[in-house]
Design a protein around this ligand. Structure first.
Ligand SMILES: Cc1cc2nc3c(=O)[nH]c(=O)nc-3n(C[C@H](O)[C@H](O)[C@H](O)COP(=O)(O)OP(=O)(O)OC[C@H]3O[C@@H](n4cnc5c(N)ncnc54)[C@H](O)[C@@H]3O)c2cc1C
Length: 412
């Protein structure tokens, strides 16, 4: 029999709550008043913008408490919203402010509560003494192929110490960080499942910075090689502890499956955040283009009155909003502890990264000559956007991850 009762509609809303709106406003004002005015200078200097990090720390926008507050939002949206605003301000400075959070993500994702309590605060320091963290995975011969990692961690049982040897490269904050989280192979025969993450505390002998890279974009963010020569760290610096690692390795050696993979687990968690960075850069470029297209007159009218320009702007807006929705979906799923069954984190990062490159390219086109010069910020936006398709897994690797997830096959 048909009943008159309407089906229960599950609660769903896309409206932001008051706390989210206020937080967004606060960070937007900081990005507008502090970050943007400093962007060109630090891009040209190609140096870590210490004074800006300090001002951020003094304003409560750099530190563990800030990150914990953003991450505690039950909807998961506050973190990507905050990242979008900061990267809207400037991606280079944004990365200088968020680089430490990658190390913190590795610590919180793999560490014991005691390790998190000890090391996560040291990745940020205080407003009086700002500190940095670095997450060291990539190597000269192991970029996309993390399984090819050569850095080794060997246990010295007599001293209860781990000895790390190897070379890392392209590391954000590498060598200048106070806390380095280093991923190393404990059992290289097991690929990524034989790897573990280690804390290298401040001033540990044997860890040194190699070459600092001169980059195409995000130039206010320091990127360098890191050398590890007989770096000895206490047993307590193995994230998660030895008992857990031994149990995991034994399980894998017996042919069992372990979902825990030191580097890939962290990247999986941080991909929506990189998507949010990309959305921030893309939005900055879109907004600049819209304003410019309304102001700039050619043939006796604003250039936006040409469909070639207005449709371009329409498409930029659609792609931008689509990217943000994918980022928010992934962030919500991660917060709700829903597994990324169709690689939703990768979907968000892939789409937003590619869109950021495309939107910033279109922004230069709309700018014409001025867009191509350093008189306008869009050439910087374009250079900054490109990294979003490379780090934390290139666009090709994201497609591979998505293809594997949707097919259930181990595609290569
Ligand atoms: C500015 C910057 C900051 C960075 N920060 C960090 C950091 O803090 N920590 C860290 O550990 N790393 C960091 N990286 C490293 C970054 O994650 C790697 O550069 C990235 O993973 C790609 O590795 P790769 O450079 O070795 O490229 P490769 O792996 O050599 O790839 C080269 C090309 O081949 C393609 N390719 C490779 N394999 C496949 C495949 N199976 N199918 C299809 N195409 C494929 C790639 O997509 C790419 O187009 C940073 C890099 C940069 C540039």
């Amino acid at each position: 029999m048909v009943t008159a009762e309407a089906p229960a509609i599950p609660s769903f809303s896309m409206e932001l709550n008051e706390e989210q709106i206020q937080m967004q406003k606060w960070i937007h004002e900081f990005a507008r008043d502090v970050v943007r005015p400093a962007a060109h200078e630090w891009d040209e200097r190609e140096e870590t913008p210490w004074p800006i990090i300090k001002i951020a720390a003094e304003n409560g926008l750099y530190g563990l408490q800030f990150m914990a507050h953003l991450s505690s939002d039950p909807t998961g949206l506050m973190l990507p919203m905050a990242i979008e605003e900061l990267f809207w301000g400037d991606a280079g400075i944004g990365m200088a402010l968020f680089g430490s959070s990658l190390a913190v993500a590795a610590i919180t994702g793999n560490g014991t509560p005691q390790q998190i309590g000890e090391w996560a605060p040291q990745c940020y320091g205080t407003a009086e003494k700002v500190m940095l963290g670095a997450f060291c995975v990539s190597e000269p011969d192991a970029g996309s192929d993390v399984a090819g990692m050569k850095t080794r961690a060997v246990y010295d049982q007599a001293k209860d110490e781990w000895v790390l040897n190897g070379q890392k490269t392209w590391i954000s904050n590498g060598g200048i960080a106070d806390v380095h989280v280093v991923v190393a192979a404990v059992d290289p025969t097991l690929g990524t499942r034989g790897q573990a993450s280690f804390i290298v505390p401040p001033n540990t002998p044997g860890l040194r910075q190699g070459a600092k890279f001169k980059k195409y974009g995000i130039r206010a963010s320091h990127t360098a090689e890191v050398y590890l020569d007989d770096v000895r760290v206490p047993g307590s610096c193995l994230l998660g502890g030895k008992e857990k690692l031994d149990a995991r390795l034994a399980k894998v050696r017996e042919g069992g499956k372990s979902r825990e993979q030191a580097a890939l687990g962290t990247f999986e968690a941080t991909r929506p955040a990189v998507g949010a960075m990309a959305v921030g850069v893309a939005r900055a470029a879109y907004e600049w283009s819209l304003d410019y297209a309304k102001e700039r007159r050619q043939f006796g009218k604003p250039i936006i009155e040409n469909q070639g320009i207005s449709f371009m702007l329409a498409n930029m807006k659609v792609e931008l909003d689509a990217s943000r929705l994918l980022v928010w979906r992934a962030a919500w799923m991660a917060r709700a502890r829903k597994p990324f069954a169709a690689a939703e984190g990768s979907q968000a990062k892939y789409k937003a990264g590619e869109v950021a490159v495309w939107v910033t390219d279109r922004a230069i086109q709309i700018g014409g000559g001025i867009g191509y010069t350093r008189e306008a910020p869009v050439e910087r936006f374009h250079r900054d956007a490109k990294i979003m398709t490379i780090f934390e897994g290139t666009s090709e690797i994201q497609q591979l991850v998505i293809a594997r997830a949707i097919s259930g096959m181990h595609l290569t």
